[in-house]
Design a protein around this ligand. Structure first.
Ligand code: KG4
Ligand code: ZN
Length: 355
C-alpha cells in the first residue's frame, strides 16, 4: 500500500505491507517537513503549504517507491489522506493518488487523517481493540474511543484552540521560534511554575472537552504587563502555562477514560499521538493516568506519532483488508469528523439548553 499525506505542513509518502497475520511492515517512510518555509510567519501558511506540496510530492513518492524497492505494478492499492486539513494540500495529495490509481488501475482508499493517527498503534504494537486515543497536535485535540476500523466515538475535543496551536501561539507572543512546543517546554524547565496563577478552563467538568483560548489570553495579559520581559520572565510564563496544561490534561483524560469505561469497559491501552505527545512532562502525566486507570500507555515512536505517510498507508491497508474502497469522485475535505454520528459539543450544549 502506498500512502500519501499532505494535510498540513509535511509532504509525506510511504509504502507499508500488511502481513497475513494482521501485522504490518514499513518498507519506506519519507517525510519532508516544510518548517523552514513557515517559520518566518510563526505558523503554517496554507498557500505556501499547498505550493510546497505541489513542488515536492512527485519526488517524495518516487523516493518512497525506490526505498521500498517495488514498482507501481506491485501495489495493491493507493491511499491518500482526504482530510481533515488545509484544503489546498489535501487536494494535491488526493488528486495525485487518484492519478496513480487511474493509470495503474489499482483501488483508491480516501483515508481520514485522524483515523490514520488512531490506527497507528496497531501498526507499531499490534494493539487490539478497543483502546482510548489522546490525539494532540497543531490542528487537533481529541479523546477518542477506538472500537474497530471505521468505528470511533469521540469522547472529548477542544472547543477552540488545539493544544499544539496553544503552545505555538504562546511561543510566538513570547518571541520564541516556531514550532513553539519544544521551545516552551525547554523554557518551562528553567521557570517557576508558581509565579503566575493561570486559569484551568473546564477543570472538573463531567464531559471530557478542552478549552484553551482563555488560558492563552491569560498568558498574553500577564506578558503584556511586563515591561521588556527578561529570559527568566519568559521561563516563568512558560512554566505557568505548561503547569496549567498538565492539570487540564490529567483532569480531561481521567474523565475521558471514565466515560470510556462506562460505555465500553476497560481499554486495552491509553494511546497518545500527535506532536504534543513529544512533551516529556505530558508523557509523564499520561503514564500516571494510565497506571491509575489500570491500563498501559502506548506512545508510537516520534516519527510515527507526528504526521507521516506510513500511518496513511497502514489505515489504507486496514480498510482494504475489510473491502472498504473509495470512488474516484471522493471529495477532499477540510473538515471531517472521525465519528460523523456523535453530535458536536456545541450541538450538545444547544440541545441541553433547549430542553
Ligand atoms: O503532529 P504534529 O507534528 O503536526 C500536526 O500539527 O499535525 O504536531 C505539531 C505540534 C506543534 O503545534 C508543536 O508545537 C507541538 O506539536 N509540539 C509540542 C512539542 N513538540 C511538538 N508541544 C508541546 N511540547 C512539545 N515538546
Ligand atoms: Zn496529524
Amino acid at each position: 500500500m502506498l500512502g500519501i499525506e499532505t494535510t498540513c505542513d509535511e509532504t509525506a509518502a510511504a509504502v507499508v505491507e500488511r502481513l497475513s497475520d494482521g501485522g504490518g511492515r514499513i518498507l519506506s517512510n519519507v517525510v519532508r517537513s516544510q518548517i523552514s518555509e513557515h517559520a518566518p510567519y510563526g505558523g503554517v501558511v496554507p498557500e505556501i503549504a499547498a505550493r510546497a506540496h505541489v513542488d515536492m510530492l512527485d519526488g517524495i513518492i518516487g523516493k518512497a517507491m525506490t526505498e521500498a524497492e517495488i514498482g507501481f505494478d506491485q501495489l495493491s492499492a493507493v491511499a491518500a489522506a482526504a482530510g481533515p486539513g488545509l484544503i489546498g494540500g489535501v487536494i494535491v495529495g488526493l488528486t495525485t493518488a487518484k492519478a496513480i490509481a487511474l493509470v495503474r488501475k489499482t483501488p483508491l482508499i480516501a483515508v481520514n487523517h485522524l483515523e490514520a493517527h488512531a490506527l497507528t498503534p496497531r501498526l507499531t504494537s499490534g494493539l487490539g481493540f478497543p483502546y482510548c486515543l489522546f490525539l494532540a497536535s497543531g490542528g487537533h485535540t481529541q479523546i477518542v474511543a477506538v472500537l474497530g476500523v471505521g468505528k470511533y466515538v469521540r469522547l472529548g475535543t477542544t472547543l477552540d484552540d488545539a493544544m499544539g496551536e496553544a503552545f505555538d501561539k504562546i511561543a510566538k507572543m513570547l518571541g520564541l521560534p516556531y514550532p513553539g512546543g519544544p521551545e516552551v517546554e525547554r523554557a518551562a524547565m528553567l521557570g517557576d511554575a508558581k509565579r503566575f496563577e493561570f486559569p484551568r478552563p473546564m477543570l472538573g467538568r463531567p464531559d471530557a472537552n478542552f478549552s484553551l483560548s482563555g488560558l492563552k489570553t491569560a498568558v498574553r495579559n500577564e506578558a503584556a504587563r511586563l515591561i521588556e520581559p527578561k529570559a527568566q520572565d519568559v521561563a516563568d510564563l512558560c512554566a505557568g502555562f505548561q503547569a496549567a496544561i498538565l492539570d487540564l490534561t490529567v483532569d480531561r483524560i481521567t474523565v475521558g477514560l471514565r466515560l470510556f469505561q462506562e460505555q465500553f469497559g476497560l481499554p486495552r491501552a491509553l494511546v497518545a499521538a500527535g506532536g504534543v505527545a513529544a512533551n516529556l512532562a505530558i508523557r509523564n502525566a499520561l503514564q500516571d493516568i494510565a497506571s491509575k486507570a489500570q491500563t498501559t500507555l502506548i506512545i508510537p515512536p516520534p516519527a510515527l506519532c507526528t504526521d507521516n505517510g506510513a500511518m496513511i498507508a497502514w489505515a489504507g491497508a486496514e480498510r482494504l483488508a475489510l473491502g472498504m474502497l473509495d470512488d474516484m469522485d471522493s471529495a477532499p475535505r477540510a473538515r471531517w469528523r472521525l465519528d460523523e454520528e456523535t453530535p458536536t459539543p456545541a450541538k450538545f450544549a444547544r440541545t441541553r439548553a433547549q430542553h
